[in-house]
Design a protein around this ligand. Structure first.
Ligand SMILES: *[C@@H]1O[C@H](CO)[C@@H](O)[C@H](O)[C@H]1NC(C)=O
Ligand SMILES: *[C@@H]1O[C@H](CO)[C@@H](O)[C@H](O)[C@H]1NC(C)=O
Ligand SMILES: *[C@@H]1O[C@H](CO)[C@@H](O)[C@H](O)[C@H]1NC(C)=O
Ligand SMILES: *[C@@H]1O[C@H](CO)[C@@H](O)[C@H](O)[C@H]1NC(C)=O
Length: 367
């Protein structure tokens, strides 16, 4: 990985990362096993974190074919990127020596260290992404989590110990992209934009999200990182959809910002209501904002289908480290490295607030 990182560092500089952290891998320095900073790690979200849960669903939102996974250690796997996702990279930074299992393939042996429930095209709202086919919306991801907890309790046979275990886990939630991309921004297919003005929609969405995060708390989560949305209006697919000739769609970024701006107060409220828990907000918009220099072009690295996903077996750009987007929606691994690194160790209080994931998972914060 050290070799890989040095190759990537020029691109990292361009898209805003100035300090490349050395990644901590679970293999340690060869003198014994490394213990991860948290005993377990649960992942909720959409295609930014999906690690194969959509592979066997009836949906167009799948990434189980080349060129997806072309830079992943074991090749094609269902991740919507060329290599590792943000969730994978945060797992490595925490010191896990394996990738957290997908919910679809989770065995009893694996679930006590965590489960990844992420599902491409899924949203906070149940109907988001439905025109693409099946998906696991956030409510369903939470009920899947409830069932996994029942399995963990049965395996551990001591509820006190199970509850203690769950309190120490890291939980990340990355949701909302599809409530815009595959719902609100498709007025011909979804009625949300007929029902709600932009401001109202961001409020309705944030209210539903609040309920879902409270449920996660009731299910035992005490260290939760909530990811905001990126600049969706700059995704190649949306610049195409709204024919802006390669310019970001400003009104979409404004609409998404209305939702993002509600997340920090939401996190503050949860920290106030639940003093025994720690919630934090990760500001993806800030992390990916170009900082001086020439920003990388918002162009997909691989040839894409009309729906914005990669063409099967398409020939991709040779330097994936010089592209932010792999297809018309999804970041390349290099962009994920920037996101994960700064979510884990913030460069400023704008990246993560009130704390970064490194602080969130520090032992001293255990209660
Ligand atoms: C490996 O790590 C352990 C624990 O952090 C440390 O005690 C040891 O000195 C390290 N060994 C080498 C060769 O760096
Ligand atoms: C569960 O574990 C706790 C902590 O080790 C212990 O005090 C308690 O007696 C255990 N309960 C049962 C039912 O074994
Ligand atoms: C909007 O669509 C949803 C399902 O997509 C449906 O349940 C609801 O009744 C619709 N509402 C209106 C006002 O048409
Ligand atoms: C997130 O970052 C954007 C861009 O820098 C900034 O405008 C916004 O205020 C930030 N939000 C929070 C809650 O820090």
């Amino acid at each position: 990985m050290a070799r890989k990182l040095s190759l990537l560092s020029s691109a990292l500089l361009i898209i805003g990362l100035t300090q490349v952290e050395t990644f901590v891998f679970g293999t340690g320095n060869g003198t014994g096993p490394v213990v991860p900073k948290v005993p377990c790690y649960f992942i909720f979200g959409d295609s930014l974190v999906d690690c194969g849960n959509n592979n066997d669903l009836q949906t167009a939102a799948k990434a189980n074919y080349k060129p997806y996974g072309m830079d992943f250690p074991t090749g094609v796997n269902g991740r919507f990127t060329n290599g590792l996702t943000i969730a994978d990279l945060i797992g490595q930074l925490l010191g896990f020596d394996h990738f957290i299992t997908s919910h679809a393939a989770a065995t009893d042996k694996e679930i006590s260290t965590g489960v990844n429930y992420g599902s491409g095209s899924a949203g906070i709202r149940e109907e988001s992404g439905s025109h693409l086919g099946d998906r696991v919306c956030l409510d369903k991801q939470l009920s899947n989590h409830e069932q996994i907890l029942t399995r963990i309790s049965a395996l551990q046979q001591n509820q006190t110990l199970t509850d203690e275990h769950l309190r120490k886990c890291l939980y990340i939630v990355n949701m909302g992209n599809n409530d815009y991309i595959n719902n609100y921004l498709m007025p011909e297919l979804y009625n949300s934009s007929h029902q709600y003005k932009m401001e109202q929609f961001s409020e309705v969405l944030a209210q539903q999200f609040t309920k879902q995060l409270k449920k996660l708390y009731r299910l035992g989560a005490r260290k939760v990182a909530v990811f905001g949305l990126g600049m969706i209006g700059c995704a190649p697919a949306l610049m195409d959809r709204f024919e802006t000739d390669g310019h970001c769609v400003d009104w979409i970024n404004d609409a998404v910002m209305l939702f993002n701006n509600r997340l920090k107060p939401l996190v503050d409220e949860l920290n106030f209501v639940f003093p025994d828990a720690k919630f934090t907000f990760i500001n993806i918009t800030n992390i990916l904002a170009p900082k001086g220099g020439e920003p990388l072009p918002n162009k997909p690295c691989c040839p894409v289908r009309p729906d914005g996903q990669c063409v099967p077996d398409g020939i991709c750009c040779p330097s994936r480290s010089l592209s932010v987007y792999l297809d018309s929606f999804h970041p390349t691994e290099i962009a994920n490295i920037v996101l994960a690194t700064r979510a884990y160790k913030a460069q400023s209080s704008l990246d993560a607030s009130p704390m970064d994931i490194g602080q969130l998972t520090r032992d001293i914060t255990d209660t």
